[in-house]
Design a protein around this ligand. Structure first.
Ligand SMILES: CCCCCCCCCCCCCCC/C=C/C(=O)SCCNC(=O)CCNC(=O)[C@H](O)C(C)(C)COP(=O)(O)OP(=O)(O)OC[C@H]1O[C@@H](n2cnc3c(N)ncnc32)[C@H](O)[C@@H]1OP(=O)(O)O
Ligand SMILES: Cc1cc2nc3c(=O)[nH]c(=O)nc-3n(C[C@H](O)[C@H](O)[C@H](O)COP(=O)(O)OP(=O)(O)OC[C@H]3O[C@@H](n4cnc5c(N)ncnc54)[C@H](O)[C@@H]3O)c2cc1C
Length: 627
């Protein structure tokens, strides 16, 4: 209710206005509304803040830079940098991606050379492709970066390390000597974020600015490893775990709220010719577009909660020096981020398109969501690369399953019990336990299929790396199948253990079954190819999905209302709670800058001569053209 937090209409603002407004609102929220002892930008309030603000800035500062200080810094370094960053007295970003490399981290070219005489690191981007490119908050906001660079001592390379580098003067905010920094320009979305470029030339930093939890350089240049070097990748794992809730589940929930509410209001066409126009939500085709996406919100939310818990438990173990869970967590977080961002981004576009022309209007609030969700398929690990990372782990586990009983998220790879499906009716296929088994069997077969294909190629003399490259599509499918069985399995467990009313549990169980059946029907080739379902059972699976659409239709609006987004957050003429779509759209359009004058003078000057000729002809004073 604080007017300082109300959103002006973003679509009618310039990019620079949105950048400034997001910064004002974010700092107001964090510094005025939230100042409490012990508050940190990575605390529980963030999920409320992320809900409460449609566009905020300092996402990387709060979501990546600060957690990295905690992950990579020694206690002394944390004590120095964390309070400054948590209180926004320094603004940082995570500068890893370069103009020439983003996915292949071993190819990064920025160099940090140790200067023993002065006990400093000299940071250099040796060529244009080494320039840091993309980091959020870096173009105009950040005065520090957590720079990921190749450490070099006496000509020897030690791999990627994290360095704290100041890039702007703390008084004037001007770039420091050797620093060329700026905004990378207009993007598909994230208008309020200053993703930036950073070119460093002979920038010197003290030895103490190497974040040294995992390794350190002594004054004489001796390099000491202090832990599992794969923890150097740990920040990416944490962000992949966290971004699912913030950047996939929540935006998709907003898009579904808008599209379902609008579909309940928008009347268009007839089902029964003798009756009146129907709300488009009565069309089964519309239900088939919208309701599986609503189900995805819930299932992704449940699976993400489980992943966050797994990451939390893993983090406690790492503190004790036990990193044994890291490979599974890396594979699961990479696969979940990739598969759920793929589903979420596609789902947001499906529901946008289901809103017809008004879904194409920025006044619907949907283009903002769709464009922003598209970025989740690229940042924090491009999806293909992430799926292949997940597949790499699955293939290794499938080999191990031949001799060991596996546990954790891959346990099903060593489950050799009879997994044939005996479903005789569509009701059988709505049973959670049947759906879980079907997904486990499909995943197991997909992983084994990809592995077998590669083994056969290698047996016939193909080098392993070529076999891997040629079977990449099968490997990606195996990763998707693995994640789908994880999402379905964890959701079924979560719902069964949820203490809630029977009516709510019934709805959640129906949504879970809808999500699983929609996935089966969208991938029935796999389910038949791997012998999970017969062709007749595939027909039953379709019948089962349609039956659930019918059962869920009456509660569709109530279900999205339960996401509880305010009109101010949705910023949607189609999704406002009162359903006054047309009045809101008209009011919104009238506020467009184009309409601040009746005649748009800048364009009218070009049109005027022709219009006056037309006027003269029509008023009998001019000659008509020969056309
Ligand atoms: C004020 C409001 C605040 C709101 C806060 C909200 C917070 C939450 C929301 C956050 C918003 C999100 C914004 C994100 C912005 C975007 C940021 C970025 O994009 S940062 C840059 C991200 N970049 C990447 O992810 C790069 C991807 N590439 C890689 O990770 C690696 O290059 C690679 C894994 C693809 C390959 O690495 P490489 O060293 O070549 O490894 P190999 O493939 O050879 O594998 C070797 C070995 O290492 C293991 N491995 C690889 N990665 C990891 C890892 N991350 N963790 C653990 N282990 C890892 C791999 O499994 C192999 O193991 P092996 O046993 O040998 O099989
Ligand atoms: C909105 C946004 C915010 C970002 N914020 C940050 C940030 O704060 N900090 C930061 O460091 N970075 C950030 N990034 C950069 C992001 O991490 C990279 O864009 C991402 O890692 C992909 O790297 P790339 O762009 O170099 O693509 P590349 O790695 O060049 O990949 C290009 C394409 O090649 C294919 N490909 C690449 N490798 C493989 C492979 N091994 N197998 C098969 N196909 C492959 C894929 O199709 C891929 O899409 C951001 C990016 C975006 C879009």
């Amino acid at each position: 209710n604080d007017t300082s937090m109300q959103h002006r209409n973003l679509n009618h603002m310039t990019r620079e206005e949105r950048f400034s407004e997001a910064m004002r609102r974010t700092l107001y929220a964090l510094k005025v509304l939230l100042p409490r002892e012990g508050w940190t930008p990575v605390g529980p309030e963030m999920k409320y803040l992320a809900r409460a603000i449609k566009e905020f800035t300092f996402i990387i500062h709060a979501g990546v830079f600060i957690p990295c200080i905690m992950s990579y810094g020694t206690n002394e370094q944390i004590a120095k940098w964390f309070p400054l960053a948590a209180d926004f007295r320094i603004i940082g970003t995570y500068a890893q991606t370069e103009l020439g490399h983003g996915s292949f981290l071993r190819g990064l070219e920025t160099i940090a050379t140790y200067d023993r005489a002065n006990q400093e690191f000299i940071i250099n981007c040796p060529k244009i492709t080494a320039m840091k490119w993309w980091p959020g908050d870096m173009g105009k906001s950040a005065n520090h970066v957590l720079l990921m660079a190749e450490l070099v001592i006496d000509g020897k390379k030690y791999g990627m390390h994290g360095f704290m580098v100041q890039i702007r003067d703390l008084t004037t905010h001007e770039p420091l000597p050797g620093v060329t920094v700026g905004d990378i320009g207009a993007k598909l979305s994230f208008e309020s974020v200053d993703n930036g470029f950073l070119y460093l030339q002979n920038v010197r930093i003290p030895r103490e600015n190497l974040l040294s939890k995992l390794s350190e350089v002594h004054p004489d240049g001796t390099y000491i490893k202090k832990g599992n070097q794969r923890l150097m990748y740990g920040s990416m794992v944490r962000v992949r775990v966290n971004l699912i809730a913030h950047e996939i589940v929540m935006p998709l929930a907003k898009a579904c709220t808008i599209a379902v509410r609008y579909s309940a209001v928008r009347r268009q066409g007839l089902i029964n010719p003798s009756k009146e126009e129907v709300p488009v939500l009565d069309y089964v085709a519309q239900q088939h577009k919208l309701l599986p996406q609503v189900a995805t919100v819930f299932m992704a939310h449940f699976a993400a909660k489980q992943l966050v818990k797994m990451h939390h438990d893993y983090s406690l173990e790492v503190e004790k020096g036990n990193t044994s869970q890291l490979p599974e967590l890396h594979a699961l977080s990479a696969g979940m981020k990739a598969c759920l961002s793929e589903q979420g981004a596609a789902g947001a576009e499906i529901v946008r398109r289901a809103c017809g022309g008004h879904g194409y209007s920025c006044g619907s609030g949907l283009p903002f969501i769709v464009n922003r969700m598209l970025a989740t398929c690229t940042y924090e690990g491009e999806n293909t690369v992430m799926q292949l990372q997940c597949a790499r782990y699955l293939i290794k586990c499938a080999d191990q399953a031949k001799k060991d009983k596996l546990t954790g998220s891959v346990w099903y790879l060593s489950d050799f019990s009879n997994m044939s499906c005996t479903a005789q009716t569509f009701g059988d296929l709505q049973e959670p336990s049947v759906l879980v088994k079907l997904h486990e069997r499909r995943a197991k077969c997909a992983v084994q299929h990809a592995g077998k294909k590669m083994q056969n190629m290698v047996k016939n003399g193909t080098p392993a790396h070529d076999a891997w490259n040629m079977m990449a599509t099968l490997l990606i499918n195996a990763a998707r199948a693995h994640i789908m069985q994880y999402v379905v399995g964890t959701s079924v467990t979560y719902i069964s253990e949820l203490s809630c009313s029977a009516s709510l549990k019934k709805i959640l169980t129906q949504l879970c079954a809808l999500y699983a059946l929609h996935n089966i029907n969208s991938n029935c080739g796999d389910f038949v190819k791997f012998g999970c379902l017969t062709s007749a059972q595939c027909d039953l699976a379709q019948e089962a999905e349609f039956n659930l659409l019918k059962q869920l239709r009456p509660d569709a609006v109530g279900i999205v209302d339960s996401f509880d987004f305010t009109d101010d957050i949705l910023q949607s003429c189609l999704g406002a709670y009162d359903g006054n779509v047309y009045e809101r759209l008209f009011e919104w359009a009238k506020q467009a800058p184009m309409n601040k004058t009746e005649v748009h003078q800048d364009s009218y000057q070009y049109l005027q001569p022709y219009l006056h000729e037309g006027r003269d002809v029509l008023e009998g004073r001019g000659r008509n053209s020969k056309l």
